[in-house]
Write a protein that binds this ligand. Structure first.
Ligand code: ATP
Ligand code: LTN
Length: 336
């Protein structure tokens, strides 16, 4: 008799903390969509993470629905992926507390994202420091094998591995130790106005990012002003001085699906004007159907809420028993 092999479990999360950009799309969402069907996918809108920096309540509610609509518009299919909101599954917060009590403070203080984000805050909330442990709880509750993310989240997944191993050592085999999955190309899309900094939701300067919901005018504005260099040859390069052009070529590659040699041959003998013109067209045409689906989905919030309720139920069916197992491992008396 052959034992059926368990499908690979995939989990990733995204914060409802503002409009998504093409870095989020190319670095993370495209990978999530591509993995659908072959693997068991969980995608979580992490609202508990969003409040680690102050949020206006009405805006947070709206952004949670908007992000859900956008993920579906980008190709996340709620029939194939468990798409849900983090705060709808209480086990995340509960498991986070347990993991807080096995993790040394020093592990958190080392996190680069914490150091960067804390610098920008007038008053740093405890939740911002604790952020990676909540992320570990998200991942570990689902016996996750793979976590597809952009480069910036690698350190958090490595911390998750350390926490899982420590818990397993102290209390016996409980958690699957997950691995980060990072694309070679697209892992770190850079700001168009400054190719030395990663494209980021929190940088709202016009021309820094292209949002997934941007129309042709905004796309044109950002690409026209995108930083290039004084070279004339259009080729992929790891030279930091050519980071701007390399970034544009990576974006072109990921939207077209063409290989690097095909792209270099296409632009041979042409100037940056041609690259920018083609790129504008490719991005505009790729984002158009997403934008149209997004508007359509957003017009029916009751349907979005219905889909999220189904997602939450599916997520609870996995996370709740796992959380009970964790509580038992640490020695809590079960309520009778
Ligand atoms: P913020 O600026 O608020 O930190 P963000 O733009 O980094 O937000 P997140 O919600 O933290 O966005 O990230 C969602 C996913 O997108 C993560 O997997 C992250 O690694 C990925 N990602 C974010 N920015 C980029 C980027 N510039 N290039 C590639 N992937 C990215
Ligand atoms: N910290 C991540 C969002 C996130 C996440 C997760 C990613 C929260 N929980 C679990 C992967 C797995 C971010 O800022 N992108």
């Amino acid at each position: 008799m052959t034992v059926p092999t368990k499908k690979t479990r995939v989990f990733s999360g995204i914060q409802p903390s503002g409009a998504l950009h093409i870095g989020n799309y190319l670095g993370a969402i495209q990978q999530w969509v591509a993995g659908q069907g072959q693997k068991t996918n969980f995608i979580c809108v992490v609202d508990l993470h969003a409040i680690t920096v102050p949020q206006e309540p009405a805006a947070l509610r709206q952004q949670t629905r908007e992000l859900t609509a956008l993920l579906i518009a980008c190709g996340i299919d709620p029939q194939q992926t468990t798409l849900f909101v983090q705060s709808h599954v209480r086990a995340h917060a509960e498991c986070c507390w347990i993991l807080n009590c096995v993790t040394p403070l020093g592990w958190l203080e080392r996190m680069t994202q914490y150091k960067q984000k804390a610098q920008k805050q007038e008053s740093v909330l405890v939740g911002l420091l604790d952020y990676p442990i909540l992320q570990a709880a998200d991942i570990l509750l689902y016996d996750t094998d793979e976590v597809p993310i952009g480069e910036d989240q690698k350190q958090h997944v490595e911390l998750t591995r350390d926490i899982a191993q420590r818990f397993n050592y102290q209390f016996g085999e409980t958690f699957v130790v997950p691995k980060p999955v990072i694309r070679e190309s697209g892992a770190r899309i850079m700001g168009l106005n400054d190719p030395t900094a990663k494209m980021s939701k929190s940088d709202t300067v016009r021309g820094h990012a292209i949002r997934i919901t941007d129309g042709p005018d905004e796309i044109k504005y950002a690409i026209k002003r995108a930083v290039t260099d004084a070279h004339s040859q259009i080729s992929f390069s790891s030279d930091p001085e050519r980071a701007g052009v390399n970034n544009l070529l990576q974006i072109y590659q990921l939207f077209t699906g063409k290989t690097r040699p095909e792209i270099e041959a296409h632009f041979a003998g042409k100037g940056y004007g041609a690259l920018k013109g083609d790129l504008m067209d490719v991005i505009t045409e790729s984002l158009r159907p997403i934008r149209e689906r997004y508007q359509h989905l957003l017009a029916d919030p009751a349907e979005l809420d219905r889909l999220l309720a189904i997602g939450a139920e599916q997520a609870r069916a996995v996370a709740e028993p796992k959380c009970r197992e964790v509580l038992e491992r640490v020695g809590f008396l079960r309520p009778s």
